[in-house]
Design a binder for this molecule. Structure first.
Ligand SMILES: [Zn+2]
Length: 138
């Protein structure tokens, strides 16, 4: 026998130094931060305190471009999710690709679409949309 249900589990999560700064700058300035690793010289995005490859503490955050490249994606019932490497970063961040009905390809050029009213959440980035669509409105 299988019974379906759900459990509501409230929690509080301390984002930490680098992720907190990432979220505050995203909310207040609408910019995306990455963290440079002093050892391997990669810029990690989203910003983080330590390089997962080297274990080194990262340096002062840098602003990366809201435009980037789709390096991978998957289609789900909830939409299309992609790994997007912002220009100026060496790693990719997971986010929605908009619109879900578009024909997505690896290598597609995209730009972050930010919510006008931001709260300090990764979902302040509504998703990444084709770069051509944003240029039409520039
Ligand atoms: Zn590193």
């Amino acid at each position: 026998m299988i019974r379906e249900g759900s459990i509501h589990i409230p929690f509080t999560y301390a984002a930490g130094r680098a992720a907190s700064r990432f979220l505050v700058v995203l909310r207040d300035e609408g910019r995306i931060l990455g963290s440079p690793c002093p050892a391997c010289r990669r810029v990690l995005c989203p910003a983080r305190s330590f390089c997962p490859r080297c274990g080194e503490e990262t340096g002062e955050p840098v602003v990366v471009d809201p435009a980037g490249t789709v390096v991978s994606f998957t289609e789900t019932a909830a939409g299309v999710f992609g790994l997007v490497r912002p220009d100026g970063a060496d790693t990719a961040m997971l986010h929605r690709l908009l619109p879900a009905g578009a024909k997505w390809t690896i290598g597609a050029r995209v730009r972050a679409r930010l919510l006008p009213e931001r709260t300090g959440s990764i979902t302040d980035i509504e998703g990444f949309e084709p770069l051509e669509a944003t240029e039409d409105h520039a």
